[in-house]
Design a protein around this ligand. Structure first.
Ligand code: SF4
Ligand code: SF4
Length: 406
């Protein structure tokens, strides 16, 4: 998007301020420059050359979570997410080449399937030799950045080998669905190491309802991290690659942020919604699970996919669950892609009210359809000493399909 189009988009804002009370960073920091309206004014100032891109402007623009809660409140239908993505791309393009390359390298490393086993190996060593305990004892976890990293490291596991998923699928029943659309699972990049069990559970549920699925090995990252951090060209190339890999298949996506990024460009459907669309065989035994399950609604599920209902509807198929929304679901938890790594102090502050709600509700499970949110909230809950299992709703459903009826 060029400067002219960026300004056209920004000019749609009539500065009414109706979005301000919905913005998590404005609610936290009480500063106009940390609100959607203030950020749009900053973007306009940069695009018209009235403002220089210094550290103060950076602080306010980089502080945006891209949660898009403001879009939900805006009567002028300002596409704030698209605008912020374009503004970040323009700012990154103006960076000196070495800084731009360094930024790109960091994102490439995070999105790369080949570096994940290395990170997972280091995480395993960190856990097994008790470095977490040592970091806590030395008071290092009082530093936001280290606390956030510690939380991620405690959840990082070796990603499943693609071949394992394929073999498991081949061992399942071979349904007679010649006319059914082809269904393929999207594993994500970080998701395959932070929540490998989601794809296992998805495969299991699809098998039980008689729908064959494939897991193409050549699939890549969805590109969301690059798009929201100023590299739209790279994100588009990921989309092209995935479009070529998945062809005409319906692409079922476990993490709601990846589903929002892939969108109709690769015919993607978020996992809970996909399972609700399909006819379930008569007589499928779903064993009751007893307990309170709190539902966290990721911003990508609420504000981008605009489908809050899917996880609730899916969980209602499991008898015995007491399903409650996590209070404050209209506010971002602070994970927000790489935000957790870039703005750890704010990310932790945003998670605090969620943890307080969990402490009051005392649910047995907390479900979230997005990987980053689950990791962030799981770590925050565990740091607060709460005994709650954080998982994807489909993992819970797969357990109910696994458990023999009493
Ligand atoms: S995207 Fe979220 S954090 Fe950013 S301005 Fe909008 S409401 Fe605020
Ligand atoms: S609600 Fe929309 S039009 Fe009003 S200030 Fe916010 S972004 Fe601008």
């Amino acid at each position: 998007m060029d400067n002219h189009d960026l300004l056209l988009l920004a000019d749609q804002c009539v500065k009414c301020g109706l979005c301000l009370p919905r913005c998590p960073t404005f609610r936290l920091l009480h500063n106009e420059a940390d609100s959607p309206r203030g950020r749009i004014a900053l973007i306009q100032g940069l695009a018209t050359g009235q403002l220089d891109d210094g550290p103060r402007v950076s602080m306010h623009l980089d502080g945006c979570l891209e949660c898009r809660a403001c879009e939900m409140a805006c009567p002028s239908l300002v596409q704030f997410g698209t605008l912020m993505d374009a503004a970040r791309a323009a700012r990154v393009a103006r960076l000196p080449a070495p800084r731009r390359r360094l930024r790109r390298l960091r994102l490439d490393v995070l999105a790369s399937a080949s570096t994940l086993p290395l990170f997972a190996g280091l995480a395993s060593v960190y856990r097994s030799v008790g470095l977490g305990w040592l970091a806590r004892a030395l008071g290092l976890l009082r530093l936001s950045r280290l606390l956030v990293l510690h939380g991620l490291v405690t959840r990082l596991r070796q990603p499943r080998k693609p071949g394992v998923l394929k073999t498991l699928h081949a061992a399942g029943p071979q349904p007679n669905t010649a006319d059914a659309p082809r269904v393929a699972l999207f594993r994500g990049c970080v998701a395959r190491a932070l929540e490998p069990e989601v794809m296992d559970a998805a495969r299991k549920v699809f098998e039980r309802i008689g729908v064959p699925v494939s897991v193409p090995e050549e699939q890549g990252c969805c590109g969301a991290m690059h798009r929201h951090n100023g590299f739209p060209g790279v994100a588009d190339r990921y989309l092209d690659h995935n479009r070529a890999v998945f062809g005409d298949a319906t692409v079922v996506v476990g993490a709601s942020a990846c589903a929002a990024e892939l969108g109709p460009a690769v015919a993607s459907v978020e996992l809970c919604r996909a399972l609700l669309h399909l006819p379930w065989p008569d007589g499928l035994q779903v064993t009751p699970l007893k307990g309170v399950v709190a539902v966290h609604e990721p911003c990508s599920q609420r504000n981008q996919l605009r489908d809050r209902e899917a996880p609730y509807a899916l969980l209602r198929r499991v008898p015995g669950l007491e399903i409650v929304p996590l209070p404050g679901n209209d506010t971002c938890c602070g994970a927000a892609g790489t935000y957790l790594l870039d703005q750890p102090r704010l990310a932790l502050e945003l998670a605090e009210p969620k943890v307080r709600s969990l402490a009051e509700l005392r649910p047995r499970w907390l479900v979230s359809t997005n990987t980053g949110c689950a990791a962030h909230l799981g770590a925050a809950a565990s740091a607060a000493g709460l005994d709650v299992e954080v998982l994807h709703p489909v993992v819970l459903l797969a357990r109910a399909l696994d458990t023999p009826a009493p």
